[in-house]
Design a protein around this ligand. Sequence first.
Ligand SMILES: Nc1ncnc2c1ncn2[C@@H]1O[C@H](COP(=O)(O)OP(=O)(O)O)[C@@H](O)[C@H]1O
Ligand SMILES: [Mg+2]
Length: 235
Amino acid sequence: MTDNKITKEKNKVSKLSTDAVEKALNKTFEEPKLKKTRFRPNIIITGTPGCGKSTLSKTLKEMPDLKIKLFNISEYAKENKIFESYDETRDSHVIDEDELLDRLETPLREGGCIVDWHCNDIFPERLIDFVVVLRCGTSALYHRLKARNYKDSKIQENIDAEIMSVVLEDALDSYDKRIVIELQNDEDKNIQENVDKIKTWIEQWVLDNKTGVTNEIDEFYKDRDMPEDWDSDEE
Ligand SMILES: Nc1ncnc2c1ncn2[C@@H]1O[C@H](COP(=O)(O)OP(=O)(O)O)[C@@H](O)[C@H]1O
Ligand SMILES: [Mg+2]
């Protein structure tokens, strides 16, 4: 090879590596850790304890084409030890909600999550697409909670909450009414019916939102009123 040719080759190689670095850098900019847009819906499955949240959520997760990421919040909090305190009267741990929200921000921004929890009012509206409130008749609920060996006082507390629609009211207070849906879940056949309904909503949401839905608070509230209790530190 002549000196001239060698110089040319060297220039080519150095150009190639510059291109590769530039490409890698651009890729980093194109794929930030926190996604600005999601292309699959996030769903909260909520309801009084015993209503069937975990049964329904697990059945949905088993459907491979839905590619669901499931967060059973009670289990998730235990696994990740994100407790704030212990409530003696209720005999249960109190979850550190700020820590929980920080940890769920990234997966919720990616979309396709199901959140299984009886509390539904702490998640930011901008990240939630459907809130499914499972409902159950008192007789079925009593038998389910009795089978869990709950104390009578705890069974009664949950049955009262179900009769008074406490979880539904929380959802209606926290999210746009159009995304809150009640589903009856008393009998075995309801499980498949509810799975079919939710699967259809997910598929329709994907079709309706081909360009994605924003995860960003400013974009989300562009055409709406900011909530009165909005705290600019939330982000
Ligand atoms: N549609 C249904 N019909 C009959 N039993 C159900 C139904 N859904 C759930 N169950 C049963 O009720 C009990 C409580 O369900 P689970 O999913 O653990 O409720 P949650 O997660 O809301 O506390 C379980 O034993 C489950 O098998
Ligand atoms: Mg459960």
